[in-house]
Ligand binder design. Structure first.
Ligand SMILES: [Zn+2]
Ligand SMILES: [Zn+2]
Length: 422
């Protein structure tokens, strides 16, 4: 297969030039100038990137298959340009042992869309008490550990988890949230929570756990990845820790880069996420941290919920929104278009960087690597319409927004898995 005449961007090779990309036997064969092949994808005017990697998604299998299955979730992934996803283990039951990791991997293979990399739970049943069998989960293919949905409340357990994870060469991904400080809050604590009369979650609820985990990572040498960083204070803590060599990486969710807490004023539960949408100053700090490399990765934190749950009033609705089919267009429209991020920066945050955090061989177009490629049309305008999503859920705050750009062709292992060419 030949992908012809696109702007090939590969951060791993510091490459950004117009070229053809040749694929043979499911692997990248070369970048340069080649004769047409049996299958040629015309990519003039398009970006040709390594297949996008979303290291933070929630597929609801097992347990809530009405909201998302591994098949529907990975179909949504390739439609959004993602060739690899890492799935959080807060299913019902939780993915906390060898068979459950193996089951998710198998379901991913059966679906045959995006590559599915399970993340195992830190604690048995995500109860925060006993350490799960991390070594056995790695044998079954777990790429990291997390009790996401909740923080690891016990400092002792977090310390032991980082020690084990270090031995296994895997990161611990922490959802940093101090439950006592978060209390019954439903949105960011600030001007808007007071004005709207809704319970607030202070920035400190996140920052105290970020600070604790940085200390524990530094003490143990275990690799910490901070999930969905949302405050200026967290960013500053991580920036300073990186400067002194603490083994830490972090990610930001796309919605925290484009939405502030002011959006909650319509009381639409599709703006209810955890961590909550923060202030304008926080959003500015997150954008600056992405641009200067303090934040490594951009994720969707794709969190499907059934319509009847999300139709509850704001205070009662569950936290979480879906994002696999909107992350790339929102990124192009609101961050790359206005010049907040360059194309190579944005591509690195969605390919090479998450692949490195998880130790995956994808995320690059180096010859010999798996031919996971996303051809991006950076220009076409289209209205985001949840009715057309492959995801089983519809809890998306961007419904009705105008987007510019999208995944045109998504290729996994040399096979076209999504094709939006006219
Ligand atoms: Zn989380
Ligand atoms: Zn999450």
């Amino acid at each position: 297969m030949l992908i012809k005449g696109g702007r090939v961007i590969c951060p791993a090779q510091k490459l950004d030039k117009e070229a053809d990309l040749l694929i043979e036997d499911g692997r990248i064969a070369g970048i340069g100038s080649f004769a047409d092949q049996a299958e040629t994808v015309e990519a003039a005017g398009c970006i040709v990137a390594p297949g996008l990697v979303d290291m933070h998604v929630h597929f609801r299998e097992p347990g809530k298959e009405d909201e998302e299955t591994i098949a529907s979730g990975s179909a949504a992934a390739v439609a959004g340009g993602f060739t690899s996803v890492a799935t959080m283990p807060n299913t019902e039951p939780a993915v906390d042992d060898e068979p459950s990791v193996a089951f998710q991997r198998l379901q991913g293979e059966r679906a045959g869309k995006a590559r599915v990399f399970p993340i195992g739970a830190v604690s048995v049943g995500r109860q925060g008490e006993r350490l799960a069998e991390m070594g056995q989960m790695v044998r079954a293919g777990a790429v990291a550990f997390s009790d996401d949905g909740d923080g690891v409340r016990s400092s002792r357990l977090m310390r032991v988890a980082l020690q084990y994870a270090a031995m296994l060469g895997k990161p611990v991904i922490d959802h940093c949230e101090d439950r006592e400080l978060a209390g019954r809050g439903v949105m960011h604590a600030g001007y808007w929570s007071v004005k709207l009369g809704l319970g607030g979650i202070p920035a400190a609820a996140e920052e105290v756990m970020v600070a604790r985990d940085l200390i524990l990572a530094e003490a143990t040498g275990g690799r910490l990845h901070v999930a969905h960083v949302s405050t200026a204070g967290s960013v500053e803590l991580i920036r300073r820790a990186k400067q002194r060599g603490v083994p830490v990486t972090c990610e930001v969710a796309i919605h925290h880069l484009v939405l502030t807490d002011e959006w909650v004023k319509g009381f639409d539960p599709n703006f209810k996420v955890n961590p909550p949408l923060r202030s304008g100053e926080d959003v500015a700090a997150l954008r600056a941290a992405l641009a200067d490399g303090t934040i490594d990765c951009i994720v969707s934190d794709h969190a499907p919920h059934a319509l009847e749950e999300k139709e509850l009033e704001f205070a009662l609705a569950p936290f979480g929104i879906i994002g696999l089919e909107t992350t790339l267009p929102i990124l192009i429209t609101h961050l790359i278009g206005p010049g907040v991020l360059s194309w190579p920066q944005a591509i690195a945050a969605m390919t090479l960087n998450p692949a490195r955090v998880l130790g995956l061989e994808v995320g690059t177009l180096q010859p010999g690597r798996p031919a996971d490629v996303t051809v991006i049309d950076p220009k076409t305008e289209w209205p985001i319409d949840t009715a057309r999503f492959r995801s089983k859920s519809r809890n998306c705050p961007f419904h009705g927004w105008k987007a510019e750009g999208r995944a045109l062709v998504t290729i996994v292992g040399g096979e076209i898995k999504h094709d939006a060419r006219p």
